[in-house]
Unconditional design. Structure first.
Ligand SMILES: Nc1ncnc2c1ncn2[C@@H]1O[C@H](COP(=O)(O)OP(=O)(O)OP(=O)(O)O)[C@@H](O)[C@H]1O
Ligand SMILES: [Mg+2]
Length: 253
């Protein structure tokens, strides 16, 4: 089992959409995949067809009480979901008082290590204990960024945070790639920002780029990722290319 966290403290950069499509993309390749919603917003849960209001147990219960991870099958063959809802937020203050508070998810995932080839973790847009548990449990990290909204200082902060996580809780965490979302190649500013990012980070930036496409908004509401709903669309092909590249990168470890 290999665990990939998709994380960026910045909100609305496409973390959840990426987890849904990458996880479904991996499952389409015949891999056994778990998509774990570690965000109390429950967006991944909704994107994979489940109403967060109907969810009764989340990863938080397993982390606090050692109970089995609650997973459900999705409509995508080979893809399971560990759902979430707003009550997941309640575990952060509870974890705070516990020893080894960043390492609860590590144990939970250890128990399912023979069931899945890949686990994708969708993190909240904060650096709280849920995110830190994800970063502690991950083998690799993929970071979605919107070049137009990323300043040089923002980029330095992001890389510094990853370094702190590596030093503090998970020395084996590998930054497998940074990828561009909401790309807007039609504007000069969009193109320039993307070129700058590639110049700054070199091969760390993945080749596949995710454009701004309304299909993603519709599919999130429909509860099925675009790569499954409309696999030949441009929106799907972009994510399938990203999934291929991500798979190559994690296999080349
Ligand atoms: N490539 C895209 N093109 C157009 N809309 C997109 C794209 N990716 C995501 N969206 C939409 O933008 C919104 C934010 O995306 P998403 O939820 O994936 O971001 P996030 O980083 O997970 O947000 P949060 O930080 O709140 O968890 C959603 O409504 C989603 O449907
Ligand atoms: Mg999200």
């Amino acid at each position: 089992m290999y665990t990939i966290a998709v994380s960026n403290q910045k909100g609305g950069v496409g973390k959840t959409t990426s987890v849904a499509n990458l996880a479904a993309g991996f499952a389409r390749r015949g891999l056994r995949v778990l998509a774990l919603d570690a965000d109390p917003q429950g967006s991944l849960t909704l994107s994979l067809g489940l109403d967060p209001m109907e969810v009764t147990t989340t990863v938080g219960d397993s982390m606090l009480h050692g109970t089995p991870l609650p997973v459900v099958a999705t409509e995508v063959p080979g893809l399971d979901l560990c759902p979430s809802n707003r009550f997941l937020a309640d575990i952060e203050p509870q974890l705070m008082a516990r020893i080894g508070r960043e390492r609860f998810l590590v144990r939970v995932l250890h128990a399912v290590r023979y069931r899945y080839n890949y686990v994708f973790l969708d993190t909240p847009p904060t650096l709280g204990l849920l995110t830190l548990n994800c970063l502690a449990a991950a083998n690799a990290l993929l970071v979605p960024v919107i070049p137009a909204l990323l300043s040089a200082a923002g980029l330095r902060d992001l890389l510094a945070t990853i370094e702190e996580v590596r030093e503090g809780i998970n020395p084996d965490l590998r930054l497998a790639g940074v990828f561009i979302t909401f790309a807007d190649p039609r504007t000069v500013a969009g193109r320039e920002k993307e070129a700058e990012l590639r110049e700054d980070l070199g091969t760390l930036v993945m080749k596949a780029t995710i454009g701004r496409r309304v299909a993603h908004e519709y599919s999130a509401q429909a509860g099925l990722p675009v790569v499954v709903q409309d696999p030949t669309s441009t929106a799907a092909r972009e994510y399938l290319a990203l999934a291929e590249e991500a798979l190559e990168r994690v296999r080349a470890k």
